[in-house]
Design a protein around this ligand. Structure first.
Ligand code: SF4
Length: 186
């Protein structure tokens, strides 16, 4: 866990310390290449819950990694359920940083625990907590597959917000009209 910004705590679930991708610009690589001394990971879901409980200025938790969407729904629930059960009045938003929409959209379509994961997402939202997928996309072409479109619809159908972020990458997305080349901005 890392209390990085006044309102925001980053949490690195230990089972999410690998990733669908190996981006060249990634600054998290020590966490998923076995350099144990550099790992931030914590298995302590209760520690997270207690920390947010005691630090009422914290409104946001960002689950990050690696990629937390490597985790099965059952494992992810072990981190989420204590937060929901605690009825934390200050907790407004849970964010999940993930490359899954681009590299494994089937996570939200047809994996054996897809239904369980979507139900868990829905239970967060029903509790009055915003849930945002912080989708790692480097180029609009990643939004063109049928699978990613279906996955986005599935997430939206249970009320998940999807936001995206990317570093500026030379020759990839460093021109204002880079999306035009693949027809995405038509
Ligand atoms: S998707 Fe994110 S965590 Fe995964 S390798 Fe790329 S930058 Fe790193």
């Amino acid at each position: 866990m890392q209390h990085k910004y006044r309102e925001t705590v980053l949490f690195f679930p230990s089972q999410g310390q690998t990733c669908h991708a190996y981006c060249t610009f990634c600054f998290r690589w020590p966490q998923f290449v076995g350099m144990d001394e550099l790992k931030f990971a914590s298995k302590e879901a209760t520690l997270l819950k207690e920390y947010v409980e005691q630090n009422t200025q914290v409104t946001d938790i960002l689950f990050t990694g690696g990629d937390p969407m490597i985790m099965k729904a059952k494992i992810f629930a072990t981190y989420i359920q204590p937060l929901l059960d605690a009825n934390l009045p200050n907790l407004q938003t849970i964010r999940i940083g993930t490359k899954a929409l681009s590299y494994w959209p089937y996570k939200f379509i047809s994996d054996e625990d897809t239904g369980e994961m979507l139900n868990l997402f829905e239970s967060i939202i029903k509790k009055g907590i915003n849930l945002s997928i912080m989708a790692h996309f480097s180029h609009p072409v990643e939004l063109e597959t049928e699978a990613v479109k279906i996955a986005i619809r599935k997430l939206r159908s249970v009320g998940v917000q999807i936001r995206t972020q990317s570093p500026v990458l030379k020759h990839i997305n460093d021109k204002p009209n880079f999306g035009l080349k693949c027809g995405v901005n038509r």
